[in-house]
Design a protein around this ligand. Structure first.
Ligand code: ATP
Length: 234
């Protein structure tokens, strides 16, 4: 379980997060929603140690994460997939996957790769191809697969749906939900696409100007007309 308590962070005079508290449970997808500039990316970057918290704490299964350097996070079970599908296009699909195991304890063995290929068969078909031939959806699968190579307990995903066709988004979200339930992962899913995110999330946290304005079951958020119109854009 990931517990965020009274987290504050910013950029000079800009308050990007201002006292954010919530929990994300194991075996659950927790969506983090809100308009542009609400603080979603800053939240993920602060949890994973890329941005410094000014106040508050982050706790993962009983371990304090705030003040832990970003490069130690994989060993503690946390994987962060930033926005933008940063695959290394000159390397093959399999080489990209192997990079995901850097920094974790233990050697890569065939079972790690087979697990990812089992989840994303399209990557297995293209394991020897250079990543530049992959479509946007396949690249998104590759960055998620690469994160799983670290055997995380907790996955932070920033805008995985950006720029993808609705059919591909639905496919990736379905895979994600199955993965979370079968492996009991904790997933924090940042999305602008609130409607799609709530269709697969169990819980949702809505941010506005760096503060939590709603925190509830996904179904309850999706059924709240006022909240949807004010903050979720659908
Ligand atoms: P988006 O979907 O546009 O990425 P977001 O909800 O992820 O939005 P953040 O990117 O976390 O929001 O931004 C929160 C606030 O911090 C905004 O006011 C933004 O302008 C500001 N901000 C973000 N990054 C920086 C930066 N590097 N320097 C200064 N201000 C920043």
């Amino acid at each position: 379980m990931l517990t965020v308590t009274d987290l504050a962070a910013g950029y000079g005079p800009v308050r990007a997060l201002d006292g954010v508290s919530f929990t994300a449970e194991r075996g659950r997808v927790t969506a983090v929603l809100g308009a542009n500039g609400a603080g979603k990316t800053t939240l993920l970057r602060t949890i994973s140690g890329l941005h410094r918290a000014e106040r508050g704490s982050v706790d993962l299964d009983g371990q304090r994460l705030d003040r832990v350097a970003a490069e130690r996070m994989p060993a503690l079970g946390l994987a962060h997939v930033p926005e933008g599908r940063g695959v290394i296009t000159e390397l093959t699909v399999e080489e990209n996957l192997r990079l995901g195991a850097l920094g974790r304890a233990g050697k890569v063995d065939g079972s790690d790769l087979e697990r990812v290929y089992g989840l994303f068969p399209v990557l297995a078909d293209r394991r020897a191809a250079t990543a530049h031939v992959l479509s946007g959806g396949e690249r998104q699968m590759l960055v998620v697969g690469r994160a799983l190579m670290a055997r995380p307990t907790t996955l932070l995903l920033d805008e995985p749906s950006l720029g993808l066709a609705p059919r591909i988004v639905a496919q990736i979200f379905e895979l994600l939900r199955g993965l979370v339930e079968s492996e009991s992962l904790t997933v924090l899913l940042v999305e602008q696409n609130a409607r799609s995110a709530l269709s697969i999330a169990h819980r949702g946290v809505v941010l506005n100007l760096g503060r939590v304005v709603a925190d509830d079951d996904a179904d309850a958020l999706a059924a709240d007309d006022q909240l949807r119109h004010a903050y979720l854009g659908f």
